[in-house]
Design a protein around this ligand. Structure first.
Ligand SMILES: [Ca+2]
Ligand SMILES: [Ca+2]
Length: 173
């Protein structure tokens, strides 16, 4: 496990605890889902449904794998299992990545404009300066757009324990 990956995991816990009560639970994922969908009001219903499904599945997998004492919430200590077994979340993160990237491209041209990217990432809970640094790391076009596939791949890398020096590290710090 690389230090960069551990730092990303810490950030993930803080992000997932959307209602800031110190544990991760179903309500946190409902909050994130609602905020992200609100930030993508002009996306079609299928894309909104897909991201809502992805958020729900993410919580279900998280609870199944990490809620060791079965109290229905994942504590910071229990979340350490995320660090030990990130491969458990690969497929879930992949589905989430595809759904989120699709939500960022309502006109279906395969490109995501910076304002859209900022709106979605802000809704999830990231800081503006880090969001811009990440977007820049994805090597935007002269029109200040990135491709959907670049973003989806970036989200997958973010959850990979053996990756360092990736664009997602711009979100840490
Ligand atoms: Ca919470
Ligand atoms: Ca628990």
């Amino acid at each position: 496990m690389l230090t960069e990956a551990t730092q990303r995991i810490d950030l993930v816990f803080t992000l997932f605890d959307a209602n800031r009560n110190g544990v991760i639970e179903a309500e946190d994922f409902e909050l994130m889902s609602n905020r992200v969908i609100a930030a993508a009001a002009d996306s079609d219903e299928a894309a909104k449904q897909a991201i809502d499904t992805a958020f729900r599945r993410y919580w279900t997998v998280l609870a199944d794998e990490l809620d060791a004492d079965g109290d229905g919430v994942v504590s910071r200590e229990e979340f350490a299992g995320f660090v030990l077994a990130p491969e458990l979340f690969g497929p879930t993160a992949g589905e989430f990545a595809d759904a989120l990237a699709a939500l960022g491209d309502p006109d279906g041209d395969g490109l995501i404009e910076r304002p859209r990217f900022v709106a979605l990432m802000t809704a999830i809970g990231f800081e503006r300066a880090n969001i811009d640094a990440l977007f820049d790391a994805f090597d935007p076009t002269p029109e200040d757009r990135i491709t959907v596939t670049t973003w989806a791949a970036g989200i997958r890398d973010y959850y990979a324990p053996d990756k360092a020096g990736i664009p997602g590290d711009r979100l840490v710090g």
